[in-house]
Design a binder for this molecule. Structure first.
Ligand code: ADA
Length: 565
């Protein structure tokens, strides 16, 4: 399934899901042609779910045949390849991409009808090249982990839409930008039309030179639309159509599902549509033992159902941009999303990797451009628990926050810090966020620690900014119940969650609390945490890896459902 709604009525699109040929490969010079494929693996999917590759880290070739019915240009969209892809069309290299959690596309012009070969060299190995995918407290799987889509595009087509709702004079308006791509050599006269909620409007006309990308658009007033909110997540389909050289029949279209809402941070609080809100929710890794990171829609929906059952209203996509279909579901269900770039726990030395700057820049740009129109996303974040306590680290935080702000001035920005009173970057963000683990890594009282944290933030440039407890929790091994309530038992886990939620739900200065974590997740083996990551997993989930509730489930429910935050 590509999305939760149809994105095109005119452009022909199809998902290349199913079984692909697969072979593990090694070495620098990989022979793509006449490769002997030894296995069949599913796409979307990861190789770890095959018994031969449960712990395989390295390279693999995926291959399938693609039938093209008529001469056309193709746009091949890879929604997520983990973590490095080199793509071949009929044996010839056509593109590369790094990072598992954002999509990329490749254009193949003037494809002849007939049978063609699509091959992808996938690499999930760690090494100097990869600054973001490193051995970590979650797992970097291998494979085409999200859908692959093939689109037949005309010479000039709609690349993407940038929809920004604006509340002005008690009326909803929207700034609508449409990015067009002309892949031919000729200049085209273009005309763009849009419809939303039964209203039709022009989105501009003009010339588009050959080989260029250009932006058209305008601001439109929508007097009759309803706002998107948590209680009534009203969505609208924004349909755009492209006409070329004065002809009446559109050559291309793109539909985005949008919502009208505004997010603000005023008087030390976070607001949705002008009303103070408190995020009650979870940090969630896209991870499940049966599918790795390649969730079918049913499992995504189940995760949301469980969170809603506990009374949550928010989720943090720790620590990377999520599958857009999960975001589609959040749009539909009125779940608020903190989406963050891909970076967890980097020391200054790791941030000095020569590839770190461009790899982050790329993820930030792709994340914001690709997920811009989701009303559920209300916060962008960068660099979880990195070296924001150093001057050199601060340079990276500043650069990345500025980059995101330039791409999207409509959402508040934050980063999750564990540096307590040593934090140096709170002045750069709109919201201050703390990862503290009272009751687990230390014995502090959560309420006292939270009050102290407010003071640290105020003293370090965060005064007057909303504050979120972005991570707290402890391990609880599913099924390990014991009257001693020692660390690791489900009882102790529930106790830790209880005292933390007790403290945070009674502190009106907080704008959010996000439990670490929703579900247990697999971690990289052998990173020196053998004892603290028993079973090679992070066991702080409120549900275990199979989504079986631990004792803490009812505690969360009591606080999230019971409080009128
Ligand atoms: C950090 C980190 C998480 C996880 C957590 C833990 O705060 O952001 O990814 O590793 O600690 O379980 O200790």
């Amino acid at each position: 399934m590509i999305r939760l709604y149809e994105t095109h009525h005119i452009r022909a699109v199809r998902e290349l899901e199913g079984t692909w040929d697969f072979a593990p490969v090694s070495g620098e010079r990989i022979k793509v042609e006449q490769q002997h494929y030894t296995h069949q693996l599913t796409v979307p999917g990861c190789w770890e779910i095959h018994p031969n590759f449960a712990t395989y880290r390295g390279k693999g070739l995926f291959h399938r045949k693609v039938t093209v019915a008529q001469k056309t240009s193709l746009r091949i969209v890879f929604k997520g390849v983990s973590h490095t892809a080199t793509v071949y069309w009929d044996g010839k290299e056509i593109g590369q991409h790094y990072n598992a959690y954002t999509s990329f596309d490749i254009i193949v012009r003037d494809v002849e009808p007939g049978l063609h070969e699509l091959t992808v060299l996938v690499d999930n190995s760690f090494g100097e090249f990869s600054s973001l995918h490193v051995p970590n407290d979650y797992y970097t799987y291998g494979g085409l982990i999200r859908p692959v889509v093939i689109e037949e595009v005309p010479d000039t087509f709609i690349d993407r839409i940038v929809f920004t709702p604006i509340w002005e004079n008690e009326t909803w308006n929207a700034d609508i930008r449409v990015i067009l791509r002309n892949i031919s050599e000729d200049t085209k006269n273009i005309e763009l039309h849009g419809t939303l909620g039964g209203q039709s409007f022009s989105l501009g006309k003009g010339k588009l030179s050959g080989g260029t990308i250009s932006e058209f658009g305008t601001t439109v007033t929508f007097p009759n639309v309803e706002a998107w909110s948590m209680q009534h997540p009203r969505l609208y389909e924004l349909e755009t159509r492209l006409l070329i050289n004065g002809k009446e029949t559109p050559v291309d279209d793109l539909i985005e599902r949008v919502g009208f809402r505004r997010v603000t941070t005023e008087k030390g609080q976070l607001q949705l549509n002008g009303e103070n809100i408190v995020l009650k929710g979870f940090n969630r890794h896209e991870d499940h033992p049966m599918v790795g990171p390649s969730f079918p829609i049913s499992l995504m929906s189940m995760d949301i159902d469980l969170m809603v059952d506990m009374g949550a209203n928010a989720v943090r996509t720790s620590h990377y941009p999520n599958d857009e279909r999960f975001l589609d579901l959040c749009d539909e269900r009125g779940i608020l999303v903190w989406e963050e770039n891909h970076a967890r726990g980097f020391s200054l030395e790791q941030m000095q990797n020569p590839n770190f700057i461009w790899q982050c820049e790329q993820v930030n740009r792709e994340m914001v451009q690709q997920h811009y129109n989701h009303p559920s996303i209300i916060i962008w974040a960068v660099l979880n628990e990195c070296a924001s306590d150093t001057e050199e680290g601060r340079v990276h935080y500043k650069r990345q926050l500025e980059q995101i702000r330039a791409l999207d001035g409509s959402r508040p920005l934050t980063f999750a810090s564990h540096h307590r009173d040593k934090e140096r970057c709170f002045d750069l963000a709109d919201i201050v966020s703390f990862n503290l683990y009272p009751g687990w890594y230390g014995d502090e009282d959560p309420g006292e620690l939270c009050d102290l944290a407010r003071g640290w933030a105020d003293a370090a440039g965060g005064a007057g900014k909303p504050m979120i407890m972005s991570e707290f929790g402890g391990d609880g091994y599913y099924g390990y119940r014991d009257a001693s309530r020692v660390k690791g038992t489900e009882e102790r886990h529930a106790d830790i969650i209880e005292v933390n939620l007790q403290a945070y739900t009674s502190r009106p200065f907080l704008s959010g609390m996000l439990i670490w974590q929703f579900c247990d997740c697999r971690v990289t083996e052998g990173t020196g945490w053998l004892l603290t990551r028993a079973g090679t997993q992070n066991s702080k989930g409120i549900v275990d890896k199979y989504r079986r509730p631990k004792l803490a489930y009812e505690v969360v429910k009591k606080f999230f459902r019971g409080t009128n935050l």
